[in-house]
Ligand binder design. Structure first.
Ligand code: FES
Length: 173
């Protein structure tokens, strides 16, 4: 063991000499990125504005199946009966979410008793009254929530999604 300590000490001393510092400096110079010449582009994506339903079509705590931003993206509209974050409409209680689990893409089902969307795959649960916040399970993000607008006629339009939908490589549609 004494031999090992001597070798380690010699190694440390060599690293702190000019040769060691030069090697470390060269490594740092290679790792540091060059200064960006163009500013990064904004990650803002324009989603299509799509009419999903009318407020008269919704009943409290009765989910309505929809699709957004395209036909391959199943989702749900909900009138929760209490004002919530991201809630649209005259009562601020209409929300919409993707129903594809952000973990591995299983289809979610709505549980009226606690207003959650639940995954049969690995049991992740998402709170619809808290913006799709994950409350249990394997997923690593909250449930993507629709950005909704209700017009003067009561039509409900989806105009965006606040998280990446499972299976998409980016928010670019
Ligand atoms: Fe939903 Fe795994 S697919 S928790």
């Amino acid at each position: 063991m004494k031999g090992c300590s001597i070798l380690a000490d010699a190694g440390r001393r060599r690293f702190l000499t000019g040769a060691g510092l030069a090697t470390a400096g060269a490594a740092v110079a290679t790792v540091l990125p060059a200064e960006a010449k163009t500013p990064p582009s904004a990650a803002l994506v324009r989603y299509p504005a799509t009419r999903l339903a009318n407020v008269k079509d919704l009943k409290v705590n009765d989910p309505m199946d929809v699709a957004y931003p395209d036909a391959d993206a199943p989702g749900v509209l909900l009138k929760l009966g209490t004002r919530v974050p991201g809630g649209a409409g005259p009562d601020g209680d209409i929300v919409g979410f993707t129903t594809v689990c952000p973990h591995k893409g299983f289809p979610l089902s709505y549980k009226t008793a606690d207003k959650t969307l639940n995954c049969p795959g690995h049991y992740s649960r998402f709170d619809c009254e808290k913006g799709g916040q994950q409350i249990w399970g394997q997923a690593t993000q909250n449930l993507p929530q629709y950005v909704l607008r209700v017009d003067a006629k009561g039509d409900i339009h989806a105009e965006g999604v606040d998280e990446l939908i499972y299976g998409r490589l980016s928010n670019v549609l």
